[in-house]
Design a protein around this ligand. Sequence first.
Ligand SMILES: Cc1ncc(C[n+]2csc(CCOP(=O)(O)OP(=O)(O)O)c2C)c(N)n1
Ligand SMILES: [Mg+2]
Length: 515
Amino acid sequence: MNGAEALLKTIAAAGIDTCFANGGTTEMAMILAFDSIAGIKPMLGLFEGVCSGAADGYGRLKEKPALCLLHLGPGLANGVANLHNARRARTPLLNVIGEHASWHAKADAPLAMDIECLCRTFSGWQRTVRSVETIAQDAADAIEAALRGQIASLIVPSDHQWGEYRGEIPRVKSPACDPPDRQAVASAAALLQSAEKTALIMNGRALRRRGLEAAGRIRAAVGCDLFCINFPAYVDRGAGCVPVSRVPYFPEPAAAVLAPYRAVLLAGTDEPVNFFGYEGQWSNPIAGEVPKLRIDTDSQDAAEALEALADELGAPGGRSLDGIVAGYRVPDVPSGRLTPEKACLTLAALQPEGAIIMDEGLTSSMTYFPLGATLAPHSYFMLTGGAIGQGMPSATGAAVACPDRPVINLQADGSAMYTVQSLWTQAREGMNVTTLICSNRSYNIINVELQRAGFTNPGPRALSFTDLGNPPIDWPSLSRGMGVPGAAVDTAEDLARELRKALAEPGPHLIEMIL
Ligand SMILES: Cc1ncc(C[n+]2csc(CCOP(=O)(O)OP(=O)(O)O)c2C)c(N)n1
Ligand SMILES: [Mg+2]
């Protein structure tokens, strides 16, 4: 067995079943090893941002890592934006990067780059394999690190992949979370009982069913209001779930929504941060003097911490949650010319139970999230790190993680063009992904930001930085060119018809919503 086979055997033995890859010569031994090592399905992405974004989507839905296999520094660099998003989401992700043969490093060959330096920007754990003898244990250590909810990057020189491996295949230990901190839980209970009006702001496992239920118990006991941060990694939503409001995107509405609270409790997240530092403004939407307390750390399980807090408060579950969990209410399909609001309403009206909604709709999907609270139960996830081009790849990864569930990607047009190659992977694998392109033919958010900054009349050159209308992107043709049936609609009725059709037929579809 060579080093590459030992590496893959270790990964397969740890239960990792999917590899999103774009390899080259330095990964040749690993690519060949896929033929002899069963258990890991390789999926080709035609750009590294597709691979890293897909591994993020897979990890968020499955709460276990996929393997992302990339080629040297340049391949990794192409994947970094979505690795950054995955880091922000605290996605478990195993990132393996092929490297030149160790003896070739000093020659400074054309593709050579400082891979370790790149990895430092997004990895929670990283290592370069130094010998074929350690390759399997290095992989096992990487997987254990990834299982802690972070990116583990393993850089593997090609000579160690080809070398003969004589050792055992190590077993990977599943790391346990630290238990909740009794002291933090008691302080949180005291804060909730003493302050008049409190907000509980959440991310991470706090926003999965178990965490939300504990948050609902806490709300039932002390009446605090429940929020998620503006860019939650994943939220369980719909009727029967405990609903949360989202902290708004822009600093002024975020500050206004949070102003009434005399104390803020945090679970699975630190204090919310404004997306940008605007001149003359502040970095955080919550005033400095308001007491803030985080009940967990990154090495604890936020849901467990919330359960401990609910127990500390003597908060019962069961019927006490009746008035707190969301009821079932679905809007009607609207009619007439499509607007962003009507597009969101149409999706809300038609999305099936169990749907996975990937939201990178940016300015077009702003009205979607509140609608989700009362729909049939579903999964919601979105762009976490602000590096656009995440939606299509991570919808692809989600479809691999949950092949029996429909994935709907509410997708802004400008962001879509960063990683549009995802459609080809969706077609190749026959994935049940429906992409709804929010075709406003602009980088609209930048126009909004210009207006907010007081530039109400930008000149034609400034506007040329944000206009996507000349030429307009022909989405149905682009989609069909990669093997995904495509249609364009400009009324709510036509959108409803095409969406019903897309959801009823197996395989991927794309609908351009001309807004
Ligand atoms: C990787 C990356 N490049 C550039 C940007 C800057 N940026 C933020 S939003 C945006 C355009 C978004 O346009 P679109 O996806 O069409 O959404 P819309 O604003 O029209 O709703 C750009 C270029 C970014 N956030 N991330
Ligand atoms: Mg746009």
